[in-house]
Design a binder for this molecule. Sequence first.
Ligand code: F6P
Length: 363
Amino acid sequence: GQGIAVVTSGGDSQGMNPSLRAVVRVGLYVGCRIFYIKEGYQGMITGGENIVEATWDSVSSIIHRGGTIIGSARSKEFMTLEGKLKCAKNLVKRGISNLIVIGGDGSLTGARDLRRMWPDLLSQLQKSGEITAEEAQKHHGLRVVGLIGTIDNDFPGTNMTIGADSALHRILEAVNAIASTANSHRRTFILEIMGRHCGYLALKTALTTEADYVFIPEMPPPANWPEDLTKKIHVSSMAGKRLHLIVLAEGATDIDGNPITAVMVRNYAAEKLGLDARITVLGHVQRGGSPSAFDRILGSRSGAAAVFTLMDLRYDEDPAVVAVQGNHMKKLELEQCIQIMNEMKEAIKDKQFDKALSLRGKS
Ligand code: F6P
């Protein structure tokens, strides 16, 4: 059968294991050989024991486990030409011309780059004698399919990234716990939520916890946010609320692009409003724990769709990603998604927030 390598890369997310399980089992079912690449792109560079063949049983009892059993990494070396040459050599030497990457924005951009450079990489390897002309000829094409695994839900073209739902569950568990102590002490909590440049998790947290205020990168607060915040807190105090929740996305800024930090908000709440305020940075708790039912299903469907999408690609075709739209799995062009993603980041940088939001709306 054909060789398919599967790698999980970048920040892990709940649902990577269900995705991996589906890739392995559907791949074996259709007669392919599946190879795990351990430790993300770094394992693809080092090769050796980091590339091992998967079996049906090697993915037993993992659907409920968070993270990724094959390890992940943020590899700097992969960004370099030398790193990519080593990757190409390791894939060719194992007879692999098919790659499934499970990861977020950075990892999928890496996959696009590897595919783009593939012909050059092979000719360089052939020139330096590291692979033979026959090997270069046999592996002239590389089929690449991405699965969008990240808690941030920041990827265009898909309604939900694999892991975002579980992260939200984890956040809600933590906020429920905080709310009981906050309520007892009549305290205000500033909750810092992950998401990098994306406010999805913070916004959904605010909506589902009846927060008093939320800061997200896509919609910076008005320049007079301290007064605005004061008003909101005042109104909810008057309504008899014993606790206040202020949700802060880690990438939040003011209208001029200056970061708004949890310490800044806490100091304002304590010094100007006289509130008993505490900060909770939820951190990697958000990425941990068991995947939700939604992520187990989404991961499984995405994994299966990735294998079928890969089988349908031509060897000279550009990479695809599998996304969920409505309740349907869709094949999208990776390049187009990356372009929208970059436009979105640029729009936020240029303070074109309406444009950024409408680009997000395309997701
Ligand atoms: O992209 C996922 C994510 O958890 C972001 O929300 C966060 O900014 C980042 O990764 C943290 O990265 P690391 O785990 O490398 O500290």
